[in-house]
Design a binder for this molecule. Structure first.
Ligand SMILES: Nc1ncnc2c1ncn2[C@@H]1O[C@H](COP(=O)(O)OP(=O)(O)O)[C@@H](O)[C@H]1O
Ligand SMILES: O=P(O)(O)OC[C@H]1O[C@](O)(COP(=O)(O)O)[C@@H](O)[C@@H]1O
Length: 324
C-alpha cells in the first residue's frame, strides 16, 4: 500500500458541546506534535469550515484546558453546511490550506455531514463521539455522557430532599433529544420511581400503575427524557387526572447538564480517543469513528455509527425491574 505522509490535520467540534471535548483536543494535539504533523483547529464547527476560520493549535495551550467543559474551538449547528454550495466552500477552504486529513468531534448529525461531504472531498475523515446523549453505535460511551449523568444525579438528589420534605411528586426532565440514556442512568442512580424514555412503549403504563399506588406519604420522582413522546407536561396531567390531590412540580434540568468540568472518565476517554484519532490517520484509516467498546479502542464506519441507536437489552431489563 502506498504510504502517504500526512502533513497537516485539521480538527473541529460540532453540534452540542460536551464535557471532554477539550481533553480530546489535547490528545490530538499531543499525538500530532509527537508525529511531526501540523495541526489546525477550525472554529465553530461546520460554520468555520464554510468560512475558513482556522487557528493553529499547539499542545501546550490545550494542556491547560483538559479540566474545562465546553469546547475551546467553539461549536455550532450549521445550516449552510446542509447545502451543496456550503460544502463546496468548505472543500475550497481545506484545499487552500493544504489540509490532508480532518478530525470531527460531534454527534450523529456531524457524522451524517461527513458522509455527505465525502461525496465531494476524498481526504480521510476521522470521527470522535462527542455528545452528552450517548446515542451513537460504535462506542459504549460518548464524550460528555458520564459528566452529564453526574450533573443530573447531583441535581436530582437535591430535588429529592425537598420532594421528601413536602411529600411531593416531581417530574424531572433530563436531556436526550432522541435518547433515553441520561434518563435511565440518572433515574437508576437516584432511586427514582418511574422513567419515561423515547425507546420504550411500556414505560407510561408502568408509571400510571406506580402513581396509582402513591399514598402521598413520601416523595414520588419521575425522570423523563426530553425526547420521550409523552413529555413532562402530559405525564404531569395524567398523574393529576389519576390523583387530583397530589402536590406536583415539574423541573427541567436543561443546559446545566451540558456544562461543567468533565468527569475523570470523560477526561480519560477524550485523551484516549484524541490520540487514537491521529493514529488512525497515520495508519491510513478513512471515514470511521474511533470509539471504545468493552474498554478496547475500536473503529466503526460512519454509515453504521449513525444508524438508529438501540438501548441494550440489559438496560431495558433494569428499567423494567425498577419501574415495577
Ligand atoms: N444530512 C446532513 N448533511 C449535511 N450536514 C449535516 C447533516 N446532518 C447534520 N449536518 C451538519 O452537522 C451539524 C451538527 O449536527 P447536529 O445534529 O446539530 O449535532 P450532533 O452532531 O451533535 O448530532 C449540523 O448543524 C449540520 O451542519
Ligand atoms: O443546545 P440546543 O441547540 O438547544 O440543543 C439541545 C440538544 O442538544 C443536546 O444537549 C445534545 O445533542 P447533540 O450533542 O446531539 O447536539 C441534546 O440533549 C438536546 O436535545
Amino acid at each position: 500500500m502506498k504510504n502517504i505522509k500526512r502533513q497537516h490535520i485539521a480538527v473541529f467540534t460540532s453540534g452540542g458541546d460536551s464535557p471532554g471535548m477539550n481533553a480530546a483536543l489535547y490528545g490530538i494535539a499531543k499525538k500530532a506534535e509527537q508525529s511531526g504533523i501540523r495541526l489546525s483547529g477550525i472554529r465553530k464547527g461546520y460554520e468555520g469550515l464554510v468560512d475558513g476560520d482556522l487557528v493553529l493549535l499547539d499542545a501546550h495551550k490545550l494542556q491547560k484546558m483538559v479540566h474545562r467543559g465546553g469546547t475551546f474551538l467553539k461549536t455550532a449547528r450549521s445550516k449552510r453546511f446542509l447545502t451543496l454550495e456550503g460544502r463546496q466552500r468548505a472543500l475550497r477552504n481545506l484545499q487552500k490550506n493544504d489540509i490532508d486529513a480532518l478530525i470531527a468531534i460531534g454527534g450523529d448529525g456531524t457524522f451524517k455531514g461527513l458522509l455527505v461531504f465525502s461525496e465531494i472531498c476524498d481526504i480521510p475523515f476521522i470521527g470522535i463521539p462527542g455528545t452528552i446523549d450517548n446515542d451513537l453505535a460504535g462506542t459504549d460511551f460518548t464524550l460528555g455522557f458520564d459528566s452529564a449523568v453526574n450533573t443530573a444525579i447531583e441535581n436530582i438528589d437535591k430535588i429529592r430532599d425537598t420532594a421528601e420534605s413536602h411529600n411531593r411528586v416531581f417530574i424531572v426532565e433530563v436531556m436526550g433529544r432522541d435518547s433515553g440514556y441520561i434518563a435511565i442512568h440518572s433515574a437508576l442512580g437516584t432511586g427514582a420511581d418511574a422513567i419515561l424514555i423515547p425507546e420504550s412503549g411500556q414505560d407510561f403504563v408502568q408509571l400510571l400503575k406506580r402513581a396509582a399506588n402513591y399514598n402521598r406519604e413520601d416523595a414520588f420522582i419521575v425522570i423523563v427524557s426530553e425526547g420521550d413522546e409523552l413529555g413532562a407536561e402530559i405525564a404531569a396531567s395524567k398523574i393529576k387526572e389519576l390523583k387530583p390531590d397530589v402536590d406536583l412540580r415539574i423541573t427541567k434540568l436543561g443546559h446545566v447538564q451540558r456544562g461543567g468540568n468533565p468527569s475523570a472518565a470523560d477526561r480519560m476517554l477524550g485523551i484516549r480517543l484524541g490520540v487514537a484519532s491521529v493514529k488512525s490517520i497515520l495508519s491510513e484509516k478513512k471515514n470511521v469513528m474511533v470509539g471504545v467498546l468493552n474498554n478496547e479502542l475500536s473503529l466503526t464506519p460512519f454509515e453504521q455509527v449513525v444508524k438508529q441507536h438501540q438501548v441494550n437489552n440489559e438496560l431495558y431489563e433494569l428499567v423494567n425491574i425498577f419501574s415495577k
